[in-house]
Design a protein around this ligand. Structure first.
Ligand code: AMP
Length: 450
């Protein structure tokens, strides 16, 4: 779970990268970083924290040059600390290079131990650093050839950006797990995880970078390469369910439309006899709208979110009380008393959220609480860039739906079926990865477990 952004040949490169990352903040809130190129040298700044906390006008002034790449991080590989923040920068025999990577490599630990046995020294415990080492060791003449040489050795999920003093490379793995889009700000090429980053800076969306495609961006323009054998596509369906922003266009669809159709499908599969549908802000909103629309039920804002809760909130005194989800969400008491409601959320991971939310509704006298989930049960961990916990922590891997319903204390619980999910991307269902719901991973691999 990370967001990446890059811009080539623009006088305000680092300022636009800052804005691009700001729009991609939902993809990672642990750390943020920007690397810029002034044509002869790379300048970088990375810190733990949100984009707006990490960068000030003064910091951005120290990132000069006409090209820049940036990264927001939510760790899925490597621990949450500054040495693992990206973009990752190195100075090697052939110059400088920086990388911003979204996704997880499944053979990184094998390559890493092989390289270490040959004397390589790693600065971080991120899988992305493996790519940098492979590029640095490659004997090929040009940068793009060295990148291809490196990427041919790695397996797994990567949407990435590389920056040197003079060039930028964008690449998406042959399975296409993570999104990556190409745009233009006047004559300057821009690349981002999602199109919402283009909207903020006023860039035009050109197209998605294809699975297995590399773009070399330099003074002569944008050149496309497809050096890998074609593989079946396995785009991450969870980007549609939860992760991407609803205003983005990725994987050939607007995320909002897909998410709303999940709610419509869910209403067809699992209707409920209730007085109203109540959305849980914010991630469940589009699916809830779809559910209410299809069931012809009133939609009421029965749960209100405090939008000013940041990560910096410190509970005044543990002994006063433990706030938990209450600090963020509060039900509208008068609306709910004695009522039967349906709540729709996008997913259940450990079920702690749904359990707390149902309890809050019960506490204000809601008569019946029916829970609908706009994805199938998550039974298996993701190894391709979504931060899901190990199998034993995923409640649906060890409990039946009825048991989960009892655990969260709901009057009924229904998930969207896998067929229903596929129906929402009809005609393209073969292009997506459903491994977190099926345990059927796109290819065999051996993972190192910490
Ligand atoms: P849980 O309380 O563990 O069941 O988490 C479920 C909630 O977390 C849902 O409301 C989702 O919106 C959200 N969610 C789902 N997947 C993730 C993820 N990978 N990281 C953070 N939040 C998630």
């Amino acid at each position: 779970m990370c967001g990446i952004f890059g811009i080539y040949n623009h006088p305000e490169a680092s300022n636009h990268t800052y804005l691009g990352l700001y729009a991609l903040q939902h993809r990672g809130q642990e750390s943020a970083g920007i690397v810029s190129s002034d044509g002869g040298h790379l300048h970088h700044y990375r810190q733990m924290g949100l984009v707006a906390e990490v960068f000030s006008r003064e910091v951005l002034k120290k990132l000069p040059g006409k090209s820049a790449i940036g990264h927001v991080r939510y760790s899925t590989s490597g621990s949450s600390e500054l040495k693992n923040a990206q973009p990752f920068v190195v100075d090697y025999a052939k110059g400088m290079m920086a990388i911003s990577h979204n996704g997880n490599l499944t053979n990184a630990f094998l390559i890493k131990s092989e390289l270490e046995s040959k004397g390589s020294i790693f600065q971080s415990n991120m899988d992305s650093e493996v790519i940098v080492h492979l590029i640095a060791r490659a004997k090929e003449r040009t940068f793009i050839e060295r990148v291809v040489h490196a990427l041919k050795q790695v397996e797994g999920a990567y949407s990435l950006l590389l920056l040197t003093e003079k060039e930028m490379v964008a690449a998406r793995d042959p399975f296409g797990f993570r999104p990556l889009v190409l745009g233009a700000l006047k004559n300057s090429p821009v690349v981002a995880s999602e199109t919402c980053a283009f909207d903020l800076i006023g860039a035009k969306f050109i197209r998605e970078i294809e699975p297995g495609e590399l773009l070399l961006i330099n003074e002569e323009g944008v050149h496309s390469f497809k050096p890998f054998p074609t593989k079946p596509h396995h785009q991450c369906i969870f980007e549609f369910i939860y992760f991407a922003r609803p205003d983005s266009f990725i994987f050939n669809h607007n995320v909002y439309e897909v998410r709303k159709s999940l709610g419509i499908q869910l209403a067809r599969e699992s209707p409920a006899k209730v007085d109203m549908v109540v959305p849980i802000p914010d991630s469940g909103f589009p699916a809830t709208l779809g559910y209410a629309f299809e069931s012809n039920l009133p939609l009421e804002l029965g749960m209100i979110r405090n939008h000013y809760v940041g990560r910096t909130f410190i509970e005044p005194e543990q002994r006063i009380r433990h706030f938990g989800v209450k600090i963020k969400l509060n039900p509208v008491r008068e609306l709910l008393k004695g009522k039967r409601i349906v709540i729709v959320d996008d997913s259940i991971v450990r079920a702690t959220t749904s359990r707390k939310i149902v309890k809050m509704f019960r506490n204000v006298g809601t008569k019946e609480i029916h829970v609908r989930i706009s994805s199938p049960p998550i039974t298996d961990p993701c190894f391709f860039g979504i931060d899901t916990p190990s199998k034993k922590e995923l409640i649906a891997s060890t409990h039946t739906v009825k048991e989960i319903q009892r655990f969260i204390n709901a009057n009924s619980l229904n998930y969207l079926s896998l067929e229903g999910l596929k129906n929402c991307v009809k005609g393209e269902e073969e292009n997506f990865c459903y491994a977190c719901f099926t345990g059927e991973y796109p290819y065999p691999f051996q993972m190192k477990f910490d």
